[in-house]
Structures are given as C-alpha cells and as structure tokens.
Write a protein that binds this ligand. Structure first.
Ligand code: GLU
Length: 445
C-alpha cells in the first residue's frame, strides 16, 4: 500500500517551491490509490507558529490537496526520545561539547589546510571523566549520529542511481544542546511508524537522505524509496525571489486572483517532458503524471506562464463552477453573461467590470450623432436576442454604407464606453432594448 507524506515546517508560508513537493506527493498517492499524509514538522518550537500551520492547511485545502491523515511532530516527543535512547545504546548517538565558536574555528583551520570541513569526531575520544568535567563546568552536550563512513546508495525515482559518500560528511547533529530535535531523527521515526513507502522531496535533501537511510537501518526499519526533484528557479534561470513576482500561495490567491487549478496545472508539469496545459481537475492532472518524467535540471517558474494558464482555465470554466464566486463578487449576471465575458477574463474578478458594463451606469462614447440616430432607428423590433446583433448590423450596413471597423466599433463605444470587451452579440440581449436606446441617445445608463 503506497503511503507518502508532505512534511512542512510551520515556520513560514507555503510558496510555489514547497507546494510543488505537496503536489507531487498528493498526485503520486492518488495515482497509486494510496494514502497521503500531512505531517507538521514543528519540533522547532521557537519558530513554529499556529498561524503558519493554519495557513498551510488553508492553502492546501484551497488547492484541492486533501489529506487522508495528519499529525504534528510536537505531539510525539516521547517517540523521538525512545529512538534516541536506542541509538545511544548502540553507540550510534554520541555527546559532543564543542561550542559553535569552537566548531567554527576547527572548520576554518581545516579549510586553511585544504581539507574538507568535516567534523573530526574529537568527542568520540572523550573519556567518562572528561565528560563529567565538562558537565561540571556547566556544558551541555549536543548529540551526533555516527555515520558508517561507507557509501550509501539508492535508486532515486527522479535522479536515478545516487551514491553518497558518508565519509565526506560530518556526523549530523540530531539533538541540540537544549535537548530539542533537529528535523533529521523525528522524520525517520515518523516515516517508520507511519509506514511511509516513498519519500518525495526537493533535491536539497539528497545528502540528508544518505544520513537518514543509515538512521532507518540503525532503528531497524527499511528505508522507503526516495525521489528528489530538482528545485524551482526563476524564468531567467536565476534564484526564485520576490523579484520573480508573487511566490506565496496566499498571495497568488488573494492578490493575484490565480485559480487553484492554474497553480496545480503549472507546478505539476514544469520541469517534465509533458507540455504545460490548463487542467480543470485533478483527474486531468493525474493522466500522464509520472515522477519519472521529471528532468534532473531545475524547473523554471514563470509568473507570466501562470497568468496564461489561469486565463485559459477561466475561458472554459463552466458557469456552475464560477457562479458561487460571481455571486459573492456581485457579478453574477447569469449563464449567458458568464459565457459572454469569460473569454475576456484574466482573473475571475475581472467579471466585475464587465458586470458594470451591463448594469451601468455607462457613459457612452458617441463620435457621430448621425450614426447614433441611424443605429436607434434600425434596432430590430421586440425583445433583443443573440440574433439581433446580426440583423441590426446588416440593416445598418445597408442604410449607411459603413462596413468593418467603422460599422462595429462606434456601436461598441456607444453601448459600452469601451473599445474592447465581450462579444456584442451576447451583450445586446443582456443590455436589453431600453438600455441600448438610452445609451444611443448619449444618456449615462
Ligand atoms: N520539514 C522538512 C522540510 O520542510 C521535511 C523534509 C522531508 O520531506 O523529509 O524540509
């Protein structure tokens, strides 16, 4: 049974970079008919906040990423303590007393001598008496995991064969001086106990995975399969930054008017061999989704592309889906209205300005009073329908000799006050006879 997890730390907001990991895990689980777990990595109690956690849940839900199960690491400290004891008993977790300054000095010296800045394991040489002395001085230990020094190898779902030389890594610190846990050990304990089958995360974790695989083995669990996707970069290949445009999910939603499926569509396809398209639902995304299609080089995130996908989604969005939101915006002009305006939308709330065009008041732009009079005179009798526009413009063409832009554009300007907008044929019945005639007389209506 496939089981994956997304494990954000509630020390910040979701953004296009970390949410891409959530999307991959979610789609991977759905595709396999497996389970998707949301784990909140809040062992850093100083920096984790409830507000960030709430924000993460809100943003995921808005995106349509639902989880089958969820828990917080802060509720599980006794499990991590038990695992730490197990590692200590095996001699694989050892106390170190160097201060940050001391470690920094060692590193500088190593680099000056042309050696890699790898922890020298001096703490392993300490005798019981040395430790007692240090503790009597008031020093508290941090704890390091003793790596094997052997290469750790795995077949990565994205990167193919990976080999990490643990001999060139520092033994990772698992427990800080104040007794708090870094992410490394709790994550392994949780992955074992939750029976996670695949870990899909960013390639910045590849080295961690080498160490974590050894911790899985030390705790008697089999390591899951791993997939490390390449990170996102900006459209120009540079680092993602504020300059790229909005990156936060809440910001894209609340300020940029981006649809959830636009984010899902783009982020699940960039960096793969598949073209980016606007998918209306998760089923569409699932078709063809395969981590194996991910390129090993960074995926480019272009905010302009996101806007294009967003517009494309709106252009085919069914009225039933848009309706509740249109109603909230005060822009629910019915299905015919929606179908008329949606090809003109870049964001859904643009519908508001088109609604105003129907409801008025609109100040008509009349450049030729004679043409306005002719237009009023030839307006088809009775209730205006979608066929009226054709009849009307044919009659006007015959009566005035105007054609093309000269025929159509003044009508648009007189009826909407704008040079561009939804299709006039659809707009006409929405405006209704009375409003059309008033606007043709130059009245703000
Ligand atoms: N909390 C970790 C992070 O956000 C989780 C990494 C993982 O997926 O194992 O980087």
């Amino acid at each position: 049974m496939t089981k994956v997890r997304f494990a954000p730390s509630p020390t910040g907001k979701l953004h296009v970079g970390n949410v891409r990991t959530a999307i991959f895990n979610f789609l991977f689980a759905r595709k396999a008919g497996g389970t998707f777990l949301l784990r909140i990595d809040d062992t850093d109690t100083e920096r984790s906040t409830q507000a960030y956690e709430d924000g993460i849940r809100t943003d995921l839900t808005w995106l349509g990423i639902t989880w089958d199960d969820t828990f917080k690491q802060s509720e599980r400290f006794e499990r991590y303590d038990a695992a730490a004891e197990k590692l200590k008993a095996k001699g694989l977790l050892y106390p170190c007393y160097e201060t940050g300054d001391e470690l920094e000095r060692k590193r500088r010296l190593q680099m000056a001598n042309g050696r890699p800045p790898v922890y020298d394991r001096a703490a392993l040489e300490l005798t019981e008496a040395d430790r007692a002395k240090l503790e009597a001085e008031g020093r508290k230990p941090h704890w390091r995991f003793k790596l094997s020094g052997n290469p750790v190898e795995w077949d990565d779902m994205v990167r193919g064969h990976v080999s990490i030389e643990t001999s060139s890594l520092s033994d990772p610190i698992l427990i800080r001086e104040d007794g708090s846990y870094l992410y490394t050990l709790p994550s392994v304990v949780d992955d074992i106990e939750a029976e996670i089958t695949h870990i899909i995360r960013g390639e910045d974790h590849t080295t961690n995975s080498g160490a974590q695989i050894e911790i899985f083995e030390a705790l008697g669990g089999a390591a899951p399969k791993f997939g490390h996707q390449a990170l996102l970069v900006g459209a120009d290949g540079g680092k993602l930054s504020k300059r790229t445009g909005s990156l936060g999910i809440a910001e894209l939603r609340d300020e940029e008017g981006i649809e959830p499926m636009a984010i899902m569509s783009l982020l699940s396809r960039i960096g793969t061999s598949d073209p980016v398209d606007a998918f209306a639902d998760v089923d569409g995304l699932l078709e063809g989704f395969d981590l194996g299609k991910l390129s090993r080089s960074p995926a480019r995130f272009d905010p302009e592309e996101l806007k294009r996908v967003n517009a494309k989604l709106l252009h085919t969005m069914p009225y039933a889906e848009a309706q509740p939101r249109l109603a909230m915006l005060g822009a629910d002009g019915g299905e015919a209205f929606w179908n008329a305006v949606r090809p003109n939308l870049e964001r859904l709330d643009d519908a508001k300005s088109w609604m105003r065009l129907v409801e008025g008041p609109v100040t008509p732009v009349i450049e030729d009073a004679g043409y306005a009079a002719a237009a009023a005179e030839h307006l088809p009798a009775g209730t205006l329908t979608e066929a009226s526009w054709g009849e009307w413009t044919n009659a006007l063409k015959a009566a005035t000799g105007r054609k093309g832009k000269d025929l159509f554009m003044p009508l648009r300007l007189m009826l909407t006050g704008e040079p561009r907008g939804p299709e006039m044929a659809v707009l006409l019945p929405l405006l209704g006879r009375d409003t059309v005639l008033r606007r043709l007389q130059g009245e703000t209506a």
